[in-house]
Ligand binder design. Structure first.
Ligand SMILES: Cc1cc2nc3c(=O)[nH]c(=O)nc-3n(C[C@H](O)[C@H](O)[C@H](O)COP(=O)(O)OP(=O)(O)OC[C@H]3O[C@@H](n4cnc5c(N)ncnc54)[C@H](O)[C@@H]3O)c2cc1C
Length: 491
């Protein structure tokens, strides 16, 4: 009987919450242990003086994945939160121009044609192929647990095999000449954590997610999704223990028997961790770890980030809900992240103002601002460096948007490498896990099931399918399916 089996889950990020719901639905007795004061992990939220800040994710992409998650429990997203499609989806600032991405292909094609004659036709072809890849990726590839290369062998993947060995960067450049359009089409794969020249062109499905499915906003912010999943989990009987750091995973006869919280021991039949994979393995005695320090050192990690959460005492002009500042050298910045890690001289950055479309995010007449500079993990992080980049970003923001912001800043808080390590036990302070490169895809990623300890499982952005909120939802589902499968097989 699964009902009598006890599962402890480490962490309460998207992947853990997802797994907790699936396992509770199967009848397991599920308890979540989270080191921080609230659930959500990297997707936590803070409210400061009436301003609401999502601390991590802000782009709600692939709404179909969220719909499928809630449908698995007989629910709809609208049972928990209101979802609005953004128009424009986002704006990109270049040195001498601005590209606005509308909420449908017709609007986007007009914008492409303005920059490059004939590009609209190319774009429609490109997105049709991207849609086909999306169907294969989302309905077939990402639903596999990553146990073996044979999972990927199907008529669809074999027909498209060439797309795994060409880069998205090369494909985009073959079809589009205008460098601004090239950057626009390379942007979505940045969510996968690697540079476009190192990401297979099959991942153009992210372009379909962007232009084909659109950018959405849950009213009240991304944390509404965490709240919804937390509520659902509690409705299904999951219990939550906050401010509770797990210190050890206990193993007897090569079998996980539970966890230790200081001197307290919690017995369990199954241990599932949604904390960063590297950190989880440090909770085991060395002989039970599957991956060495050298293994992790050699992996391509998604970037870390320098983040600023700012309350503005007035409305800002010329901005949208999502804004990308590509008024700097894209290649140089990615080189500084991946090839020769260092603080970038002149970084690209992202600015999010959810109060532009959602009044509930800021006090009347004010603006909530979130600024993100992607940087290499493990960089030196000091107050002086944060201040230097704050000044640089504000100055660039002012000149591109024609706002005088410095006098309207009520408060500003920062978050960087040291905080990622301290708050989430993040490996080297990575912001969003391990990149999806060709050599770090599917069965080549760290496994959902421990090869050394029976009844120990992993979920989250460092395992399959990879970084991002939608993949984390899927990861929780995959881990729960493996747990159910192994128990029903061993009956
Ligand atoms: C700044 C930023 C922006 C992002 N933007 C987007 C976006 O716009 N769209 C998108 O789709 N994705 C985005 N992402 C990625 C997305 O947020 C993540 O992929 C996803 O939230 C990861 O979920 P997870 O469950 O794998 O891990 P986490 O959210 O990291 O959850 C792990 C949890 O484990 C807890 N934990 C760690 N160690 C222990 C321990 N010893 N004991 C108990 N608990 C422990 C941590 O506190 C944490 O709560 C962004 C991420 C960041 C950081």
């Amino acid at each position: 009987m699964l009902m009598s089996k006890k599962v402890v889950i480490i962490g309460s990020g998207f992947s853990s919450l997802s797994a907790s719901c699936y396992l509770a639905k199967q009848g397991f007795d599920v308890s979540v242990y989270e080191k921080n004061e609230s659930v959500g992990g990297r997707a936590s939220q803070r409210k400061i003086k009436g301003f609401t800040f999502d601390l991590g994710p802000s782009w709600y992409w692939m709404p179909d994945i969220f719909d499928k998650f809630f449908a698995d429990f007989g629910k709809k997203t609208s049972d928990y939160y209101q979802l609005d499609k953004l128009d424009p989806a986002y704006k990109i600032f270049f040195t001498d121009d601005i590209i606005t991405i509308g909420d449908c292909m017709d609007k986007i094609c007009i914008e492409f044609e303005r920059l490059e004659k004939g590009s609209a036709k190319q774009l429609r072809k490109f997105i049709t192929k991207a849609q086909n890849n999306y169907d294969i990726a989302i309905n077939k590839v990402v639903l596999k647990p990553g146990n073996s290369p044979f999972e990927l062998v199907s008529k669809d993947t074999i027909t498209n095999i060439d797309q795994f060995f060409k880069s998205i960067s090369g494909e985009v450049r073959k079809k589009f000449k205008n460098p601004k359009l090239v950057s626009t089409l390379e942007f979505p794969v940045l969510f996968l954590g690697a540079k476009p020249s190192n990401t297979p062109s099959f991942y153009s499905f992210m372009n379909f997610a962007d232009f084909g499915l659109g950018t959405w906003h849950p009213k009240g912010g991304m944390y509404e999704v965490i709240k919804a999943m937390h509520t659902l989990a509690e409705e299904l009987g999951v219990s939550f223990n906050l401010n509770t750091s797990v210190d050890k995973i206990n193993v007897e006869d090569n079998k996980a028997t539970g966890i230790s919280l200081g001197k307290t021991t919690i017995q369990a039949d199954i241990v599932l961790s949604g904390a960063d994979y590297f950190h989880t393995e440090t909770l085991l005695d060395k002989s039970f770890r599957q991956y060495s320090d050298t293994f992790w050192e050699q992996k391509t990690f998604a970037p870390s980030s320098l983040l600023f959460y700012i309350g503005f005492n007035s409305k800002l002009k010329n901005i949208e809900h999502h804004n990308l500042f590509f008024d700097a050298d894209f290649e140089q910045h990615t080189f500084d992240i991946y090839d020769a890690p260092k603080w970038p001289k002149n970084p690209l950055f992202y600015a999010n103002f959810p109060s532009v479309t959602d009044k509930s995010m800021a006090p009347e007449g004010c603006e909530t601002g979130f600024f993100l500079v992607p940087i290499a993990p493990a960089l030196e992080d000091t107050p002086e460096l944060r201040k230097q980049y704050f000044d640089l970003i504000m100055q660039r923001f002012e000149s591109r948007t024609d706002n005088l912001v410095k006098d309207s800043i009520l408060f500003s808080e920062s978050f960087c490498v040291n905080d990622f390590i301290e708050k989430y036990n993040s490996y080297k302070g990575n912001a969003y896990g391990m990149a999806n490169t060709l050599m770090q895809t599917a069965f080549l990623r760290p496994k959902l099931k421990s090869k050394k300890v029976k009844n120990l499982y992993f979920t989250g952005q460092l395992t399959v399918p990879g970084p991002g909120v939608p993949p984390s939802l899927i990861s929780g589902k995959l881990a729960s399916e493996l747990i159910v499968k192994s128990l029903t097989q061993n009956k």
